[in-house]
Design a protein around this ligand. Structure first.
Ligand SMILES: [Zn+2]
Length: 251
């Protein structure tokens, strides 16, 4: 573990598995809903979305029906927020777009969203941002493919679609966190999607204690200091309690 003057930095990479207890299925992972259904995958593939108004209409309907809007944070999200409130330096790096870490109380500046956020809408033309709530209200009011009110451009959720690059700044910050952290927890992610997965290896290379919490084996299990297969909602509150000031040191 790297020598540090301040309290140890805890990095937590989260994937779809942390949100399944909140009723949100895995959509974009290798075994996710979208990857298994070519028609559904088109709705979240940038080239199809931009080229075809019918794809956009179907995509807006799908967004309206998303389980994200009714979801609330679960015990695992709350455990992370609790650790952050103790003053322990925490950075969350998430592959999820549901905004549940922030809903649990983790300050937005401490959450790096590798795939963006489904609660925000982005104009592909002028870059204007607005809320998904407003856009879905327009869809419900009879605009099946609402256009940007400023410039008439195509609107989409502020998420990284298939065929789009990750945000370079967000990724660079995630890499910096992985290199600097003392503990790196990978939670509910199969660690099969790059470049997110490689953050685990990077953290380990730079001396962090690597803890993997996932129901299924991951390619990074052999280099992990600890692999936990227990349900995330039980395992994470226990693991994070050990990291709190005054908590028992990880063995
Ligand atoms: Zn615009």
């Amino acid at each position: 573990m790297a020598e540090r003057d301040s309290a140890p930095l805890v990095a937590i990479l989260t994937g779809a598995g942390i949100s399944t207890d909140s009723g949100i299925p895995d959509y974009r992972g290798p075994q996710g809903v979208w990857r298994k259904d070519p028609e559904a995958e088109k709705l979240v593939t940038y080239a199809y979305y931009m080229a075809d108004p019918d794809i956009r209409r179907r995509s807006w309907r799908m967004r309206g029906e998303s389980p994200v809007w009714k979801s609330v944070p679960n015990a695992a999200h709350e455990a992370i927020a609790r650790l952050e409130r103790t003053g322990t330096p925490v950075r969350v790096i998430t592959q999820n777009v549901d905004g549940l870490h922030q809903a649990a109380g983790v300050p937005g500046r401490k959450v790096l969203e590798l795939h963006g956020n489904a609660r925000t809408v982005l104009c592909t033309e002028c870059g204007a941002r607005s809320t998904m709530e407003q856009a879905l209200a327009r869809v419900a009011a009879g605009e099946p493919d609402p256009a940007c009110e400023a410039c008439g451009g195509v609107l989409k959720s502020a998420t990284v679609m298939f065929g789009q690059q990750l945000d370079g700044e967000v990724l660079a910050e995630a890499v910096a966190v992985a290199k600097a952290c003392d503990v790196f927890l990978a939670v509910g992610t199969s660690l099969q999607v790059q470049p997110a997965a490689s953050l685990a290896g990077l953290a380990a290379e730079h001396g962090a204690r690597l803890v993997i919490v996932n129901a299924e084996p991951t390619p990074y299990d052999p280099i992990a200091d600890e692999v936990v297969r227990d349900p995330i909602g039980q395992a994470l509150p226990r693991l994070l309690a050990e990291l709190r000031p005054g908590g028992s040191a990880p063995s």
